[in-house]
Design a protein around this ligand. Structure first.
Ligand SMILES: [Zn+2]
Length: 376
């Protein structure tokens, strides 16, 4: 080994000298012509960064989930009967038993029309409705909101959602937004109590991933998507305030079941999220639309998902394409590492969680089934 190494080193030295000589010649030529040396790292924009993985490592396609799925976070994406039919075909192919169509957070038709549109496939979709804040400031208005909730429940609504507060109140609600109405607002309490009575879980989106609040500069680890979804908190509540409103509601309504969408946007601090789950048995999280925010820290996320395997729900929240499902399955099921999914809009590489079968089965299906059936 020794002589060979010496030879390599010698070659290496020779190469270095040669390279330096060429570089020196190039530099002197440029200096002579007045051109500045330009490096690609000074000119390639992060926005144009398109790295290609060169490692000889497993690249797995997962076209069908290992276990049947209940998707607990989706929306009224299909605009026509044909699109609903096509969505069901995709669900059959990828292994989704049924999908939650959340009426809130989607600009669309009234709740009754959503129910009607999906009626031919009513066993494949379950419907989640909004709170009606139209006249929430008066006792009569509150009574009407409660009646609306009961009517939606009778029509088939299994839960409330997706409520959404990014600082200005529940802006995902329909037919009117809940400007200034946070989840711990006393005006919402009668509705939350009614949800407990009707056994309807409340799914709520709180804040945004942490990179969207940080300075938009070279220190922001999630800069590309941070910029795209930047939250200006000048005139509205910031992330900590929003988490407090959520925690107040969960604590003060122990009979109501809350689902914090997108890991409560707390992927950056899973120990804190775990502590909340430990403290509040009426709290769950869904993993919808946070693949990139979790799969760049695969070991920490895997540990979290295993530890809280009874409190995590599968969700997509990202349209109806087969490839969208495949990407999520790859992250949850495989041990693939260092791969990119450009549409998530971060510059970092992802790795799979390689979740054990019993954990996958609970997250894909069993936890949701328990909530939707036994919770009733
Ligand atoms: Zn959503």
């Amino acid at each position: 080994m020794q002589p060979k190494m010496k030879k390599c080193m010698k070659n290496s030295v020779t190469f270095t000298v040669l390279f330096a000589a060429v570089l020196f010649a190039a530099c002197t030529t440029k200096q002579a012509t007045g051109e500045a040396a330009v490096s690609p790292v000074d000119t390639i924009l992060l926005n144009n960064f398109r790295p290609q993985v060169v490692n000889n490592i497993p690249q797995t396609r997962v076209e069908r989930a290992k276990f049947p799925i209940i998707d607990m976070h989706s929306h009224d994406y299909a605009e026509t009967a044909e699109q609903i039919e096509e969505w069901v075909r995709v669900m059959d192919a990828v292994g989704v038993q049924h999908t939650a169509v959340m009426h809130c957070a989607w600009i669309g038709r009234p709740f009754e029309e959503v129910i009607e549109a999906y009626a031919p496939y009513k066993k494949r979709f379950r419907f989640w409705c909004c709170f009606d804040y139209s006249d929430i400031d008066t006792p009569e208005g509150v009574a009407r909101s409660l009646e609306t909730l009961e009517r939606y429940h009778a029509l088939g609504a299994v839960g409330i959602g997706e409520l959404g507060d990014k600082g200005e109140g529940d802006l995902y609600a329909r037919p009117v937004e809940g400007v200034g109405i946070h989840i711990d607002d006393p005006r919402v309490k009668p509705l939350l109590e009614k949800c407990a009575e009707l056994r309807m879980p409340v799914s709520i989106h709180i804040g945004e991933p942490i990179w969207m609040y940080l300075p938009m500069d070279e220190t922001n680890d999630g800069l590309p998507n941070g910029v795209a979804w930047h939250v200006d908190t000048t005139n509205c509540m910031g992330y900590e305030g929003l988490v407090n409103t959520f925690e107040n509601a969960v604590r003060d309504n122990p009979k109501t079941l809350f689902i914090a969408c997108h890991y409560l946007n707390m992927n950056h601090d899973l120990p804190r999220l775990g502590a909340m789950l430990d403290k509040y048995p009426n709290m769950y999280v869904d993993i919808a639309a946070r693949v990139a925010e979790s799969a760049h820290t695969p070991r920490a996320t895997r540990e979290f998902l295993i530890k809280y395997q009874d409190r995590v729900l599968f969700g997509t929240d990202n349209g109806m394409d087969a490839e969208m499902y495949h990407n999520i399955f790859r992250v949850l099921e495989t041990n693939d590492e260092h791969f990119y999914i450009p549409e998530y809009n971060y510059h970092w590489a992802l790795s799979g969680f390689d979740l054990p079968d019993e954990v996958l089965k609970k997250i894909y299906h069993d936890n949701a089934e328990r909530i939707l059936n036994e919770y009733k």
